[in-house]
Design a protein around this ligand. Structure first.
Ligand SMILES: NC(=O)c1ccc[n+]([C@@H]2O[C@H](COP(=O)([O-])OP(=O)(O)OC[C@H]3O[C@@H](n4cnc5c(N)ncnc54)[C@H](OP(=O)(O)O)[C@@H]3O)[C@@H](O)[C@H]2O)c1
Length: 258
């Protein structure tokens, strides 16, 4: 299916690795020019070159930290100067602090602050700088990556769930406010996505991964491509009547009817 976003511009945050990197590839494969934002300049530059070589689109690396206002402002200025604004904004973030802990063991303010800054405040900062560019165009797609834990909390995920719920609420308010300007705002809420290929710290220990597989009727972890495809669809022209929604990509883990 032609998603009809060929030639549009997408900003993807937390794009130097994992899901963000794969989402950038998925959008570029649809002919979307991409702006990649994360802290690791080397990784971003290499990814931009890889994307242009593979998909023939423009790819721009903007090194920066979602928590730092000046970096986010520089991102917005670069997108304006290079592309005259963005059409698509994918709000991906770093993970909650490791290791995962039981709620009453989350006693350190530092970890709560880190989770707040990375997942909620960083997301809000980028949204408030980038969405005005879409208002000027009277068209846009905002897609935040949250977690299925927002609908059904997973064990040891309170640091993530608390702030993803905040992101979900922010996105719902935003959807209500910018819908009449042709901008849709949605969340993609993954769970149980395989990150075992990572060379750094894996999201789950082997025991945690095994326990999680049993949480889904499909009996397996999800693939990153299975998240990226949903993001690309929400960015499409055809998804224009979907807004204010949270789409779960969780292998059926959530037990409720809706
Ligand atoms: N796997 C799952 O089942 C699952 C489920 C629900 C939600 N999620 C969420 O999906 C997101 C992506 O997961 P992942 O596995 O792809 O993570 P990952 O491989 O650890 O990648 C995280 C990315 O975030 C960037 N980043 C971290 N802090 C940043 C900051 N302050 N400013 C800008 N960029 C920052 C990192 O790049 P730099 O270090 O270069 O900045 C990296 O590109 C996470 O929020 C995760 O919690 C995953």
């Amino acid at each position: 299916m032609d998603l009809k976003i060929n030639g549009k511009v997408a900003v993807i945050t937390a794009a130097s690795a994992g899901l963000g990197k794969n989402i950038a590839h998925a959008l570029a494969a649809e002919g979307v020019h991409v702006v990649l934002f994360a802290r690791s300049a080397d990784k971003l530059t290499a990814l931009a070159q890889e994307i242009t070589a593979k998909h023939g689109v423009r790819a721009v690396a903007v090194p920066g930290d979602m928590r730092v206002a000046a970096d986010v402002k520089r991102l917005a200025d670069t997108v304006n100067a290079t592309f005259n604004g963005t059409d698509i904004l994918v709000l991906n973030t770093g993970r909650a602090p490791n290791p995962l802990r039981a709620t009453l063991d989350e006693t350190e303010e530092e970890r709560w602050q880190e989770a707040y800054q990375n997942q909620l405040w960083g997301t809000i900062q980028v949204a408030k700088e980038m969405v005005p560019q879409m208002l000027k165009k009277q068209w846009g797609r905002v897609i935040a990556i949250t977690s299925a834990s927002v609908k059904q909390p997973m064990p040891h995920h309170s640091l993530s769930t608390v702030f993803r719920a905040g992101v979900t609420a922010y996105m719902k308010h935003l959807a209500n406010e910018v819908g009449s300007c042709g901008i849709t705002v949605n969340c993609v809420a993954p769970a149980l996505i395989d990150t075992s290929h990572r060379t750094g710290t894996a999201a789950y220990t082997p025991e945690q991964a095994e326990a999680r597989r049993k949480l889904t009727p499909l009996g397996r972890m999800g693939e990153q491509d299975e998240v990226c495809g949903v993001v690309a669809f929400l960015a499409s022209t055809q998804a224009g009547f979907i807004t204010g929604s949270s789409i779960s990509v969780d292998g059926g883990m959530i037990g409720s009817l809706l």
